[in-house]
Design a binder for this molecule. Structure first.
Ligand code: PLP
Length: 432
């Protein structure tokens, strides 16, 4: 087995990955037995994980130690075990693409389905493995039977895949959209429970909302909203792009009809793999939108997941990512992300001229921190954070809560949070 250090990963990326995946790559490269990054073993999780523990966890990632990317809400890095699983299975597949050899890929896909079901505390018969949250949300809005006179109730701060998608489809099928507007800062769970309940009418067929918003990290009372909708016979679509792999989500408690997520966000899995949970009771109420070959093996996946040839090594990598989170402990991952969030919010509060959009109330927001850094040019500040301070972030441009968005996850060090805060303080104070 050849071992690479994270230090030489850049070099490896350019030179060797090009060779590994290029057509006609050298036989010597393909003849390797495996592929691994040198790293210490993942330590056991102590009862009260400290910074030392999290720094050891960080070593499972190929991120260079000096780079602090606070952008989990957009894209997380995958840890080495996930990269290795993807590489090993891709290599196996390409060394022998016969059906005989690929039987195990189908088995690997089913193992990921079982892992997802366990992770979400539901059954494998309710899991569809998709490409991402966008696809999962759209499979719902395209698959539910709606007609003129029906209403779909949405939150204004949903991602386009759960807002624009419904709006476009309402033009085609003639149903009506009702919107509950977002309020900033988050006014509390009771406010939204009341607002959504009042907006439900006898014509409402679907309620679509976001468990945790990507804009400012507003957390929604998903269990209560699903309960109220269920009492009225309304189907619920919970967009979990920002909660899967961050919060210790329990769908057996939340009981949505549909829940969606992406591997490449908080679960730290491969890109272009996602999940759509379809509650058993909702399965007779949704049509498959894509019909092709190679369906899943159990439950709804037999009819709903015939998406043609898949990237099974990536799907298997998703299963490995879930195992990685389980090994660390989902509860401590959530606690760590919440601690880093508090550090950021506390630090930003002390910087004069910064306007924070994210709720300061710990029960109302998690791991997504958005703020306006005075009247600094947001694009220039983001570029300076990356180039000078080695901090990655997201930006929001426009009228709606513009500024910088930091979204820390368990692989971020507290030193990165401190560095980000020092940098923001310095730039806001100097005005540039
Ligand atoms: C709330 C929410 N839903 C859906 C998506 C789309 O995710 P993906 O690009 O993985 O399809 C995002 C992406 O940021 C999101 O934040």
């Amino acid at each position: 087995m050849r071992v690479h250090t994270s230090k030489n990963f850049d070099t490896l990326n350019r030179r060797e990955f090009a060779r590994l995946f290029a057509w006609g790559g050298s036989a010597a490269v393909f003849a390797r037995a495996g592929f691994a990054w040198e790293r210490p073993a993942l330590p056991g999780t102590p009862d009260s994980p400290d910074e030392k523990f999290w720094l050891q966890v960080r070593k499972q990632f190929v991120l260079p130690p000096e780079l602090g990317v606070l952008n989990a809400a957009n894209l997380c890095p995958s840890p080495a075990p996930v990269l290795e699983a993807m590489y090993d299975h891709t290599r196996d597949m390409d060394r022998d693409p016969s059906f005989q050899n690929r039987v195990k890929m189908g088995e690997g896909k089913e193992a990921t389905r079982r892992a997802l079901a366990e992770f979400l505390r539901v059954s494998p018969e309710e899991i569809v493995i998709t490409r991402n949250t966008s696809e999962s949300n759209n499979l719902v809005s395209s698959g539910v039977d709606l007609k003129p006179g029906d209403e779909v109730l949405l939150f204004s701060d949903n991602h386009p895949s759960n807002l624009a998608a419904w709006q476009e489809k309402s033009k085609r099928w003639g149903f009506t959209i009702r919107i509950v507007p977002q309020v900033n800062p988050h006014p509390g769970f009771d406010y939204y429970i009341d607002a959504f309940s009042k907006a439900m009418t006898p014509r409402t067929r679907v309620l679509g909302f976001t468990h945790l918003t990507s804009t400012v990290g507003d957390l929604f009372p998903a269990t209560e909203l699903c309960r109220r909708a269920r009492e009225r016979g309304i189907l619920t679509l919970v967009d979990g792009a920002q909660s899967l792999g961050l919060l210790d989500v329990d769908l057996s408690e939340m009981q949505p009809d549909f829940y969606t997520g992406s591997a490449h966000k908080w679960p730290c899995g491969p890109k272009e793999v996602g999940v759509l949970y379809i509650n058993k009771t909702a399965q007779p109420k949704i049509w498959a939108s894509i019909l092709s070959a190679m369906p899943g093996a159990v439950g709804i996946s037999k009819t709903f997941e015939a998406f043609g040839q898949r990237d099974e090594p990536a799907i298997i990598g998703f299963g490995r990512a879930l195992k990685f989170q389980n090994e660390i402990g989902r509860r401590v991952i959530e606690v760590r992300a919440r601690q880093l969030t508090r550090m950021l919010l506390e630090g930003l509060r002390k910087i004069e001229g910064v306007k924070i959009w994210t709720s300061l109330e710990p029960s109302r927001s998690v791991a997504v921190v958005s703020f306006l850094p005075g009247n600094l040019d947001i694009g220039k500040l983001s570029a300076a954070l990356y180039a000078k301070h080695r901090i990655g972030c997201a930006t929001r441009i426009g009228q709606d809560r513009p500024g910088i968005r930091f979204s820390p996850h368990f692989y971020n060090a507290t030193a990165e949070i401190e560095r980000a805060l020092v940098a923001i303080r310095k730039h806001v104070a100097s005005g540039g």
